[in-house]
Write a protein that binds this ligand. Structure first.
Ligand code: 5GP
Ligand code: ZN
Length: 114
């Protein structure tokens, strides 16, 4: 999608180091980290939000679980724990309308979220 910042990152129009990549997704560090470890997992295809996922996107979803497993180990947050967040819509606090899974770790996080 032309004006989408995450599509531009996926297409390397905005230079960003990828921590992980497969056929359907990329992962990269959040530009404004909210924890010592904070990365985003983003589909290569433009999908606006969680509700726009279709049956054909299930390989992407299983890839997300694989990426979470590999990157939490690689970045050393698997034992202490971490949080996965998908902000959706206005009340959910979504600011970039291209689906992304936040993975945050390296500190204790309270509940409920703000
Ligand atoms: P949301 O608020 O939609 O759940 O999350 C969007 C996230 O994308 C924010 O945490 C924000 O810091 C991050 N972000 C926005 N623009 C960029 C960018 O150009 N590069 C990177 N690496 N992260 C970005
Ligand atoms: Zn996009």
């Amino acid at each position: 999608m032309a004006d989408c910042i995450f599509c531009k990152i996926v297409q390397k129009q905005i230079p960003t180091e990828f921590l992980y990549e497969d056929d359907n997704l990329v992962a990269f560090r959040d530009i404004n980290p909210q924890a010592p470890v904070h990365f985003l997992i983003v589909p290569k295809k433009h999908i606006a939000n969680l509700l726009e996922l279709k049956g054909e996107d299930f390989p992407f979803l299983s890839g997300v679980l694989k990426a979470i497993g590999e990157l939490t180990h690689k970045l050393g947050i698997h034992e202490a724990g971490f949080r996965v967040v998908v902000n959706t819509g206005d009340n959910g606090g979504q600011t970039v309308p291209h689906l992304h899974f936040h993975v945050l770790g390296g500190r204790f996080m309270g509940w409920p979220p703000g």
